[in-house]
Design a protein around this ligand. Sequence first.
Ligand code: NAG
Ligand code: NAG
Length: 188
Amino acid sequence: MAAAYSLWMGLVLLGVLQMGAQTQDSLQPNFQQDKFLGRWFTAGLASNSTWFLEKKAKMSMCKSVVTPTEEGSLNLTTTFFRKSQCETWTMLLQPMEAPGSFSYTSTRWDSTFNVRVVETDYERYALLFTSGSKGPSQDFHMATFYSRSQSPEAALKKKFSTFAKAQGFTEDSIVFLPRTDMCMEEER
Ligand SMILES: *[C@@H]1O[C@H](CO)[C@@H](O)[C@H](O)[C@H]1NC(C)=O
Ligand SMILES: *[C@@H]1O[C@H](CO)[C@@H](O)[C@H](O)[C@H]1NC(C)=O
């Protein structure tokens, strides 16, 4: 109880100290995982990885569903349309000490990533920041804009651009993914 309280206080303090000058270590204060669950659409991305810069023009919106697992991690399953079929990709996010911060190990990239929910109102948008922490993808940095709606408001798109630029991404590394009807069925 006392530990949870001081952690919470620490996060509040962090939020206060970092207000206005968002750094790459900031997190949504008092992150509530249960409210973060459910379906999101990946409406925007920003990254300086060469892989992303090559692919970004061909990408379209994907659907992600976040569910808790029995082991206490988060199951983030993303569905997207590729080569004329729906593909799914599951990431298991292990919670780190600070609520809203997760660790993800990819066998495909042979790397570990830190995924952070930097800001969210749970009902309309979430801004995430992913960075490589171990392995060949250590210099990987990506900002993600999650939207509950397939047609996010202009004000939220602007919020994402401002966020991405604050993380050091240039205008041409920011992309808003076009809406698609492929693989978007509303199951949840
Ligand atoms: C991306 O940007 C980060 C932070 O500025 C940098 O450390 C990294 O080397 C960059 N990666 C690439 C592939 O340019
Ligand atoms: C993650 O969720 C997907 C979709 O609901 C499910 O098919 C998969 O089995 C889950 N994986 C784990 C390890 O929980």
